[in-house]
Design a binder for this molecule. Structure first.
Ligand code: C2E
Ligand code: MG
Ligand code: MG
Length: 390
């Protein structure tokens, strides 16, 4: 521990407002726009000396001072958010919290108060909590995470890839985003295994309907590779170091040239369509082998009544619409609609007749529609590649 770093010194620092926030910009990999920033605390000891959080947060936690700090930082974030809004700068600010902040409901109650007074809008504030903190305190913080998301606050799982969370646990909490750990992101360039972890994490986030965010991006190569694989948001020294609020304002107002593309998103949609086909296939298959009764969950392969919210149509009728006007994109609507309708018919017939033979024609039509959709998505992916290099 650094000389002079005592509980008393930290208490004095809190009283003297020496704990200040820096903001590290986040960029959308779809549009290239600056869309948010992560608030990171620093201890400003004066004369240009700054103590990083890794040095004093553990002391704050062990001495019980972290609650107070988190509350004060939340107040700073709300204030910063209002300053940005007054300047017509639309950025979502995220802040880091420790498990104790959630367990004691310190944070959620204060956020609720701010929201009720319209001091902040839910879309302007996000909460980050590390994967290891989540896994070590699952039951204690579960309720609070659910409460925050019910309030419309996005909750991000930070440092994902380091905390051994199971997909089962992950799906039990309503996280809105997975934030890939910077170590995993950095090692992606040197290890094929890490590269595969990154790709699988992005696909998993998409399947669980979470946004994928990557931190620790230090090069153009990493930035573009993540974009090509469907990661949605980026943060790291390649974009910017953490900035004082007034520098964040200049950064947000500047013409940034990071670039964005839907190319990876389209690629992920191919997976979604194939997954949709597999789910339907499973229903028919399980029925055929008599396993449907044991696997009731198989019967609902996310084919909801609403095409717009389904695995099949969510991308097309959502963010994908930004590609409207590109021929392969526009050509997708009709086969997607037909595939959705056919899927519902297959499910209905299965529930009534329970006979694979009766599904043969529909399954064959389904395959030809899936092939049509996939080849249009590939054409769209290639068109986006050429557009990017034009
Ligand atoms: P984190 O939340 O994962 O934040 C990212 C850290 O990585 C930050 O370090 C940031 O400066 C650094 N970083 C960002 N981009 C790059 C990059 O491209 N390369 C490299 N090498 N590093 C990069 P920082 O600010 O020192 O924060 C460290 C950790 O301290 C944070 O990790 C977070 O867990 C914790 N922390 C920061 N602020 C707070 C806070 O207000 N409350 C709590 N409870 N924890 C905080
Ligand atoms: Mg963080
Ligand atoms: Mg992190």
């Amino acid at each position: 521990m650094q000389t002079g770093l005592t509980q008393q010194a930290l208490e004095r620092a809190i009283e003297n407002d020496e704990l200040i926030l820096y903001y590290q910009p986040k960029v959308s990999l779809l549009s290239g726009d600056v869309i948010g920033a992560e608030a990171l605390v620093r201890w400003n000891v004066g004369e240009g000396d700054i103590i990083p959080p890794s040095v004093f947060i553990p002391l704050a936690e062990s001495s019980g001072l972290l609650h107070d700090i988190t509350i004060r930082l939340l107040d700073q974030v709300v204030d910063a958010s209002n300053q940005l809004r007054n300047m017509d700068i639309d950025l979502a600010l995220s802040m880091n919290v420790a498990p104790n902040d959630l367990q004691s409901q310190t944070i959620s109650q204060r956020i609720e108060l701010y929201l009720s007074k319209n001091a902040i809008r839910p879309q302007d504030l996000q909460i980050e909590i590390t994967e290891s903190a989540v896994m070590g305190n699952f039951e204690q913080i579960r309720e609070d995470i659910i409460r925050l998301t019910e309030l419309g606050i996005h909750v991000l799982m930070d440092d994902f890839g380091t905390g051994y969370s199971s997909i089962d646990r992950l799906s039990q909490l309503p996280f809105t985003a997975l934030k890939l750990d910077q170590g995993v992101v950095r090692r992606m360039g040197t290890s094929e295994q890490n590269l595969n972890v990154v790709k699988a994490s992005i696909s998993m986030a998409r399947e669980l309907r979470m946004t994928s965010v990557a931190e620790g991006i230090e090069s153009s190569a990493t930035y573009h590779f993540l974009m090509a694989n469907g990661c949605e948001e980026a943060q790291g020294f390649y974009i910017s170091h953490p900035l004082a609020l007034h520098d964040l304002v200049s950064f947000a107002n500047a013409e940034n040239q990071f670039g964005g593309s839907h190319i990876g998103h389209v690629h992920q949609t191919v997976h979604n369509v194939l997954y949709h086909r597999k789910c339907l296939f499973d229903v028919v298959y399980c029925d055929h082998v008599g396993a449907k009764a044991c696997l009731p969950s198989v019967v609902n392969p996310a084919i909801t009544d609403s095409l717009e919210n389904s695995r099949l149509g969510g991308w097309y009728f959502g963010v994908g619409q930004q590609l409207s006007g590109m021929v392969p994109f526009d050509s997708l609507e009709q086969p997607i609609r037909e595939l959705h309708k056919l899927s519902q018919e297959i499910l209905h017939r299965e529930s009534v007749h329970n006979a694979v033979q009766m599904q043969a024609a529909a399954l064959s039509r389904m395959d030809s529609l899936v092939n049509q959709v996939v080849s249009l998505l590939h054409a769209l992916e290639s068109a986006l590649l050429l557009k990017q290099n034009a």
